[in-house]
Design a protein around this ligand. Structure first.
Ligand code: SF4
Length: 315
C-alpha cells in the first residue's frame, strides 16, 4: 500500500466541520465529547456540551456532584447509563489518579464506560498516540476501502496499519471519523467528492443495504398521576437498571395487554416502543416517591416530558 494518508489529511484540513471539541486537547473535554457523541447526533450534543462545563467545570466538581445533578445535565442525550459511567469514572480519576486524567492508554481504558475505541480517540487527540478509533463510521469506511465485510479483529489490524503510516495520528482519527460521518454514510455516499477514491475498492458502488437486525418490542405502560391539592406532582426515582434508570418519573405500571384506547404518547427507544397511557389516580400514593412542587431541576425522561407537553397542548 502506498502512503496515501496525505489525501485524507489534506481533505480533512480543508473540510472539517468546526466543532468545539476540535479546539482543545484537554482530556476532560475530549472525554466528555466522546462519550456524548457515542450514541447521540452532533446537533443534539452541541448545546449540551457547552452547558455541561458550566455546571461541571472540572473532574473534581463532577466527581463530587450528586448523581441526580449529573442525570439532569444528561437530559435529552439518551442512554443515561453513560451519565452514570462518566460520573463513576470521574470518581475513579479522583481516587486512583490524584484527580488528574491519566495519560497512559491502559489507565484510560480502565475508566468506567471507556472502551478500546474511545480510549484510542482520547489518547490520540490528547497525547498523539498511534491508537486507532474504530467506531461505526470508521468501520464502514475501512470496509468500503476493502470492499468486503470484515470481522472486528481484521478491522482493528487494518485501522492500526493505516494510523501507523501517519505522523499525525490525532488528525488521522479525526479525519476517518469525519469521512464516515459526512461523505461515506451508511445510506448515502458522495464518492465524487471523496479524497480516497483511488484507495477505495467500492468507490461509486451503491452502499449495501443492511436489513435492520434490531427488534423493537412494544411495551404498554400506565403512567400514574396522583392528585395533590397544591398541584404538586408525585415522582419516584426509577430503579438503577433498566429503562430510564435513576431518572424521576410518575409511577409506571407495565400492562400485560395493549389497552383498547389510544396511548397518550408513544416514545421510541432503540429496542422498545413505549406506549404511554396516563391514569389519573385519586388515591394516596404508597410507593417510595415524593411530592414535588415542580420538576424543574430534576432529571425527568424525555418520554415523560413529551407525554405532558402533549397533554398540555391537547387541553
Ligand atoms: S470512495 Fe465512496 S465508498 Fe469509498 S470511502 Fe469514499 S465515499 Fe466511501
Amino acid at each position: 500500500m502506498n502512503n496515501t494518508t496525505h489525501l485524507l489529511l489534506n481533505w480533512y484540513q480543508d473540510n472539517a466541520r468546526n466543532l468545539p471539541w476540535r479546539h482543545t486537547t484537554d482530556p476532560y473535554r475530549i472525554w466528555v465529547s466522546e462519550i456524548m457523541l457515542q450514541q447521540t447526533q452532533v446537533k443534539t450534543v452541541l448545546p449540551r456540551y457547552g452547558q455541561w462545563f458550566k455546571v461541571f467545570p472540572d473532574i473534581a466538581t463532577l466527581a463530587a456532584a450528586h448523581p441526580d445533578d449529573v442525570f439532569k445535565q444528561w437530559e435529552g442525550l439518551g442512554y443515561y447509563r453513560r451519565a452514570r459511567f462518566i460520573h463513576e469514572a470521574a470518581q475513579q480519576v479522583m481516587a486512583n489518579f490524584n484527580g488528574t486524567f491519566p495519560t497512559n492508554f491502559d489507565d484510560i481504558l480502565s475508566l468506567k464506560g471507556i472502551g478500546q475505541s474511545t480510549a484510542g480517540a482520547i489518547s490520540s487527540f490528547c497525547f498523539q498516540t498511534h491508537t486507532p478509533v474504530l467506531d461505526g463510521n470508521v468501520k464502514r469506511v475501512l470496509s468500503s476501502w476493502q470492499n468486503e465485510s470484515l470481522i472486528d479483529k481484521q478491522l482493528w489490524q487494518l485501522a492500526q496499519s493505516w494510523i501507523d503510516k501517519t505522523d499525525t495520528p490525532d488528525l488521522w482519527n479525526q479525519a476517518m471519523m469525519e469521512l464516515g460521518a459526512t461523505l461515506c454514510g451508511a445510506k448515502k455516499r458522495d464518492c465524487s467528492a471523496c479524497p480516497m477514491q483511488q484507495v477505495c475498492k467500492s468507490a461509486f458502488e451503491e452502499p449495501v443495504k443492511k436489513a435492520s437486525t434490531i427488534k423493537v418490542k412494544n411495551v404498554y405502560w400506565q403512567v400514574q398521576l396522583f392528585q395533590h391539592e397544591h398541584n404538586h406532582i408525585w415522582l419516584e426515582q426509577r430503579p438503577k437498571n433498566g429503562i430510564w434508570a435513576g431518572l424521576w418519573s410518575p409511577p409506571i405500571i407495565e400492562l400485560d395487554k395493549q389497552p383498547t384506547h389510544q396511548p397518550d404518547h408513544i416514545h421510541v427507544l432503540t429496542h422498545r416502543r413505549l406506549h404511554l397511557y396516563i391514569s389519573n389516580d385519586h388515591n394516596k400514593p404508597t410507593g417510595k416517591g415524593q411530592w414535588f412542587k415542580s420538576w424543574e431541576g430534576l432529571a425527568v425522561p424525555t418520554g415523560i416530558h413529551k407525554l405532558f407537553e402533549q397533554r398540555v397542548n391537547s387541553n
